[in-house]
Each structure stands twice: as C-alpha cells, then as structure tokens.
Design a protein around this ligand. Structure first.
Ligand code: NAP
Length: 283
C-alpha cells in the first residue's frame, strides 16, 4: 500500500476504509471483509456508534496492531473541554479495545475548539495517539488553529470528490504541512457520480470503473481516501486502484467537473452550525 508521511513523521496509508452509516450490527462483518480485502486504514468516529464493532473485527482478524492504522473522531464538546475530551477519548479507546490510536480527529470545528485541541495535544504528547488532526475545517479556522497552538494538525479530513475538488485549499494545506484527506470521495453517489459520462469515458480508456477512476484521481493528487462499501466485491474493486495512472489530460478533464461547493453541508450556514454544535453524544 502506498503511504504518505505526516508532519510528525508518522506513515499513513493513502487508501483506507470508512464506516460511516454502516449500522453497528453490520459493522463487524463489513470491517472483517475489508481487512480480508487488504485494507489496513480504518476510519470510524464516536458519532458513528460502531466503534465497538470495529474493535471486534480488529481483534478477530489477528492482524498485528502495528500493521493497522486506526482513526476515530471526537464529537463536539462543551467548554471547558479539557476533561470532556480526555473522557471521550478514553470511551472511544475502550469501545475499540485498543491501547492507543493512530489518528484522533476533531470531528467538527465547533464547541470549545481550543479546549478540545489542547486536550488532543496532551493525548498526543502522552503517546495515546500517534497523530492528531481535524475534520471539516475551512481555511480560516485551520490557519487560526495552527497560528495559536503548539501542534499543527497532521490531517484535515474534508469533503472532497470530483464535484468539490478543493484544489486551492489542497495547496494551502500542503504549504502548512497538513495532509489532505477526503471524506465522501464518491459524493455518496450524489449527482449520479457512478454513471457520470466523463468519468465513465476515462474509465473505458483504462478498462476501469468510475469508482476506480475517482479513487485513482484522489490518490494521484496525494489525497488520502477512505471509500465505504458494505459489499465485498466493491471493497476489492475500490482497493485495486494503483495499477494504472491517469494522464495529465485526463486529470484536466476531471478538473472541469468541479462545482466549487459542497453537496452536503455548508459549515458557514448558521442553521447547520446550530444543528451540529447542539447535537450531543451520550458518551
Ligand atoms: P462515499 O465513500 O463517498 O460513498 C459510499 C457510497 O458509495 C455507498 O452508498 C456505497 O454503497 C457506494 N459505493 C462504494 N463503492 C462503490 C462502487 N465501487 N461502485 C458503486 N457504488 C459504490 O461515502 P461516505 O461513506 O460518506 O464517505 C467515506 C468515509 O468518509 C465515511 O465512511 C467516513 O469514514 C468518512 N466521512 C467523514 C465525514 C466527516 O465529517 N469527517 C463525513 C462523511 C464521511 P454500498 O455500501 O452499498 O456498496
């Protein structure tokens, strides 16, 4: 598996498996299938409600811990967030049945962001998570976080797919040493992504599916991607994406699909912010 080196020297696979919207009762089987297909990077979150099942699949796989890269995410915490964050982290670790994480992400740029980040810095210093990062941070929030804290995020996991490509932001993050990770790489199939004629045409030129073209396009831009599927045959298809290269001309054609906006949430919309920031987990 190709990997990238994060700003603190930690190696992270370029391709992994995401478990958002997989019901807890299906997660163990699904993650077991993904591990059998070769995935070693797993992406879950406290908010997904399936960390415990991910942990079970890890244990039954027998794969040595050092070969896995496990990410989970902190949900929005009230101020003062230092204690709450440590407690939420410990709950996630217990659910997963692990003694450390590879990457801990702040899930949303809301709540007591600075208290949450200071607690995450402490977890990193204590060796409980090998890297810390953020998700859904837009440029203004990311630069402010970097400017006012000791540890810069290793990763920013943001919506990125052919219809929202984030090229300028990618360059800015690279300038600041923050690794770009895509969520929703297939846009969850929105805008008829899987039958898009331009992507299908490029796929035909390589004998590849639209899904494979999208994942190659992301990884060729050094964007870490974590496609989700509950079907073993799609897991295998999505894992088999490094045996071909897109040409500059094909990359340029894909660039024309960018709409420059989200297909999911506007993190600057007051109603979205209120909804996300008020949603509290029981943990
Ligand atoms: P996604 O990966 O863009 O799309 C998943 C959808 O694509 C599912 O409906 C899946 O259906 C289908 N699919 C997968 N492979 C396919 C293939 N080869 N051909 C046709 N259809 C295929 O969506 P996502 O799960 O939202 O995003 C990926 C991961 O990013 C998540 O699982 C999660 O870990 C992370 N994420 C993070 C955030 C955040 O706020 N940080 C937000 C959203 C997601 P089947 O399952 O039926 O195959």
């Amino acid at each position: 598996m190709k990997s990238v080196t994060l700003n603190n020297g930690v190696e992270m696979p370029l391709l992994g498996f995401g478990v958002y919207q997989i019901p807890a009762e299906d997660t163990e089987r699904t993650v077991s299938d993904a591990l059998a297909a070769g995935y070693r990077l797993l992406d879950t979150a406290a908010a997904y409600g399936n960390e415990e099942a991910v942990g079970r699949a890890i244990r039954t796989s027998g794969i040595p811990r050092g070969e896995l890269f496990v990410t989970t995410k902190l949900w929005v915490q009230d101020a003062p967030a230092e204690d709450n964050t440590r407690r939420a982290f410990e709950t996630s670790l217990t659910e997963l049945g692990l003694d450390h994480l590879d990457l801990y992400l702040m899930h949303q740029p809301f709540g007591d962001v600075y208290g949450q980040w200071r607690a995450m810095e402490a977890l990193n210093r204590d060796g409980l998570t090998r890297a810390i990062g953020v998700a859904n941070f837009y440029p203004d929030r990311l630069i402010d976080l970097i400017a006012n804290n000791e540890i810069a995020p290793a990763v920013n996991q943001i919506e990125t797919h052919p219809f929202f490509q984030r090229a300028d932001y990618h360059a800015l993050m690279r300038e600041h040493g923050v690794q770009h990770q895509s969520w929703g790489g297939f846009a969850e199939g929105k805008n008829d992504l899987f039958t898009n004629p331009l992507l299908a045409g490029i796929g035909k030129e390589h004998g590849k599916s639209v899904a494979q073209v999208v994942l190659r396009w992301l990884t060729q831009r050094d964007v870490i991607t974590i496609p989700k599927s509950v079907r073993a045959e799609r897991m295998a298809e999505n894992f088999d994406v490094f045996g071909f290269d897109l040409t500059d001309e094909q990359m340029a054609r894909i660039a024309t699909l960018d709409t420059g906006g989200s297909l999911f949430f506007d993190h600057h919309d007051p109603e979205v912010v209120t909804w996300l920031a008020k949603r509290r987990l029981d943990a």
